[in-house]
Design a protein around this ligand. Structure first.
Ligand code: SAH
Length: 367
């Protein structure tokens, strides 16, 4: 896979008899990797009106063309240039598992790597959980995705295509996007921001920024950067434990960015953005689900403009963690509620079809 903006020329030598034939193969950048501003600049650079970016975005994201030849309002020479410079590419859908209110997609990237996306049918609309990396380096002990170390970051286009291709599959629009699939989005920050810019653009897929949520295990410098973005995107923090002692055991990132620093950075983020932060808390049996854990969690988050999302753990074949009992989760919920902190228990989607992070891919790898 080529890096964005770099045109890789592969010189392939074939020995045919005594002749050597040289072929140039251009690995082209995906057009879905370009922001609206990138395209305006592209057209300016080739001495064309930047307005062509509007036309092109409308063809790509409004009409969903599959070839530049379908464009009827841009002159032939520019179409030829676009065809030379960019690809209208696709991911390969390797597998789809469908349930009543959830679809899970396994995609193959152009270099053969596998990623996943999950579509959830809510009463308020359709929401997609997308992957941001191939594998993940964060090493959370309970998480299936971390079994495969990070292979590479996804390009913005590979994140955009997860949305486009699921919309094509269901023949419907997706209203909400959560970056909570495989990978740590703040470990792929620049591509993440580009992706948000593309899907949020009024001429693009038009996902409203308040309908986009990015989930991080807590990479503090990026939380700070994220607070300066011009979009009203939601931030979710995977907390999962309320003391350093416990968090260190299940989330190695806590040794780099411990809780005190994480909470201080969230407070700064809130001062800057005034947007409520979500804290995700997986309920792990016997590990973080006691009454004391609930009280420690409340003490940690008291007075912060947030809400807590309690997540019933999706058990996996490969790891030793178990999900908390239903009444344990309800007791935990009540304690938080009584302390006047907003809390919900996450509705479960697709535990039958392995919808938790990384599970579809790891099933495939075990085959
Ligand atoms: N790296 C980012 C986003 C990907 S993980 C992050 O840490 O937030 C998305 C969420 O799924 C995280 O809260 C993660 O802790 C949670 N998760 C991972 N494995 C899970 C499982 N088996 N069951 C339930 N939630 C899980």
């Amino acid at each position: 896979m080529c890096q964005e903006g770099i045109y890789v020329k592969i010189h392939i030598y074939f020995f045919l008899g005594y002749d050597i034939i040289l072929m140039d193969v251009n690995i082209m950048e995906s057009i879905y990797n370009k922001t609206f501003q990138d395209l305006e600049k592209y057209f300016e650079d080739i001495k064309e009106k930047p307005f062509k970016a509007t036309q092109l975005f409308e063809w790509l994201y409004g009409k969903r063309i599959e070839s530049f030849d379908e464009i009827s309002n841009i002159k032939k020479e520019i179409i030829a240039k676009l065809k030379k410079d960019f690809a209208i590419d696709k991911l390969v859908i390797k597998k789809v598992e469908r349930d009543k209110d959830v679809n899970k997609y396994l995609f193959e990237l152009s270099d053969g790597n596998l990623i996943e996306a999950v579509l959830m049918m809510h009463d308020y609309g359709k929401s997609i959980c997308i992957s941001s990396q191939v594998g993940c380096n964060m090493g959370c002990k309970f998480c299936e995705s971390g079994r495969l170390k990070k292979v590479r970051n996804l390009l913005a286009s590979e994140m955009v295509l997860q949305i486009l291709q699921v919309e094509e599959d269901i023949k419907d629009r997706i209203s909400h996007v959560v970056v909570m699939g495989i990978g740590e989005p703040f470990d792929n920050y620049d591509n993440l921001v580009k992706f948000i810019d593309i899907i949020n653009h009024p001429k693009g897929i038009q996902i409203g920024s308040r309908h986009i949520t990015v989930s991080t295990c807590g990479i503090i410098p990026k939380i700070e950067e994220f607070s300066h973005l011009p979009y009203q995107v939601n931030l979710a923090i995977s907390l999962h434990a309320a003391t350093d002692e416990k968090r260190n055991q299940i989330m190695p990132i806590n040794k780099v960015y411990p809780l005190g620093q994480l909470i201080a950075s969230i407070k700064k983020y809130l001062d800057k953005t005034n947007r409520r932060v979500t804290f995700e808390y997986i309920m792990l049996k016997g590990i973080n689900d006691s009454i004391e854990d609930a009280n420690q969690l409340c003490n940690l988050l008291q007075g912060i403009n947030c809400y807590i999302n309690l997540i019933p753990y999706n058990e996996t074949n490969n790891l030793e963690f178990k999900r908390s009992k239903k009444d344990t989760i309800l007791k935990f919920y009540d304690i938080i509620k009584k302390r006047n902190i907003a809390v919900t228990i996450r509705k479960e989607f697709g535990s039958k079809i392995s919808a938790a992070c990384g599970q579809l891919r790891s099933k495939k790898e075990d085959l």
